[in-house]
Design a protein around this ligand. Structure first.
Ligand code: NAD
Length: 292
């Protein structure tokens, strides 16, 4: 719909009647997206969601094997012309710059950045080494800064607006036990998104945040050290943790990578054209957020 002074339902219905008779174009046809952590659980689900809507997707990841597998898998479904891999360590400035240049060369520009590459770490404060603290800050806060800066540079050069979606965490808003480095780095991501929303608004560059709660299935995070540490903090195993998170939610449902991808797609598409600096928590209604 074109901009109007006041919302006009009659006009809207007339337009709707015209649209109903036309074949539906894909919502992201012709758009180019770069997804960091694209070989991981949430990243790959996001790539699928964006590809389904016709976008071309650059998968950026540090894990060469997972990246090659994800590229092959997605190319097999959506076609080779729509998927490109690029090995990028988001904490390395030169690698990030080169990775974005790759996207431009391969597909001819950039419309959407999904900053998602990350980790999770857990340790009580007295056992949090400077190395662990810096690792969280490097990959999460600094990594999100570096990729956003590159996206902004491209968006401003292209002069057609742009779209950034951060995958942060509910732990960036609500503290989680024995995870101060992770929670602090995730809080920084959320505030960075707000700052960038303010900076980009004049040029129609939107920046929004999706906060997942625990996504145990499909995520590599929940296969390693983080799983052991969480299991030890809550004195249970993976199934027990999944049950705990489900029971803690108001809807009594687990959250999956596809659920996060759906919220990311909303922010990445024109369905959210008037949203910037906003957050969607995908947490099935986390009871910690409510006083009852
Ligand atoms: P995942 O481990 O399945 O995927 C993360 C991907 O990021 C991996 O493929 C990994 O190789 C990549 N990566 C890590 N460090 C990188 C680096 N320096 N440069 C480039 N790529 C790098 O995990 P996921 O669950 O899909 O997590 C995605 C995002 O969601 C992360 O930012 C994570 O913190 C956040 N998150 C996850 C959960 C959850 O429960 N799974 C909850 C809240 C937030």
């Amino acid at each position: 719909l074109p901009e109007q002074e006041a919302f006009d339902i009659e006009y809207w219905l007339l337009e709707e009647a015209k649209l109903a008779r036309m074949p539906k174009p894909k919502a992201l046809a012709g758009k180019i997206a770069l997804v960091t952590g694209g070989a991981g659980g949430i990243g790959k689900a996001t790539a699928v969601r964006l590809l389904r809507e016709g976008a071309c997707v650059v998968l950026a990841d540090i894990d060469e094997t997972a990246l090659a597998n994800a590229t092959e898998e997605l190319s097999g479904v959506f076609g080779k012309d729509f998927v490109r891999p690029v090995i990028v360590n988001v904490t390395r400035e030169e690698a990030v710059i080169a990775g974005f240049a790759h996207a431009v060369v391969e597909f001819g520009g950039l419309d959407i950045l999904v900053s998602n590459a990350g980790l999770a770490s857990s340790a009580p404060i007295e056992e949090t080494t400077l190395e662990l603290w810096n690792k969280n800050m490097d990959i999460l806060s600094t990594g999100y800064f570096l990729v956003s800066r590159e996206a902004f540079r491209l968006f401003r050069a292209q002069k057609i607006g742009g779209n950034v979606v951060f995958v942060a965490s509910k732990n960036g808003l609500a503290a989680s036990p024995n995870a101060s480095a992770y929670c602090t780095a995730k809080a920084a991501e959320i505030h960075l998104a707000r700052c960038l929303a303010l900076e980009g608004a004049g040029e129609q560059i939107r920046v929004n945040v999706v906060n997942p709660d625990a996504v145990l299935r499909g995520s590599k995070i929940w296969a390693g050290e983080w799983l052991e540490q969480r299991a030890s903090t809550y004195k249970t195993d993976k199934d027990g943790l999944e049950e705990m998170y489900r029971e803690r939610s108001l809807l009594k449902r687990s959250v999956f990578p596809e659920d996060i991808a759906e919220a990311i797609y909303f922010f990445a598409s024109d369905a959210s054209a008037k949203s910037t600096g906003n957050i969607i928590n995908v947490d099935a209604g986390n009871a910690q957020s409510f006083t009852r």
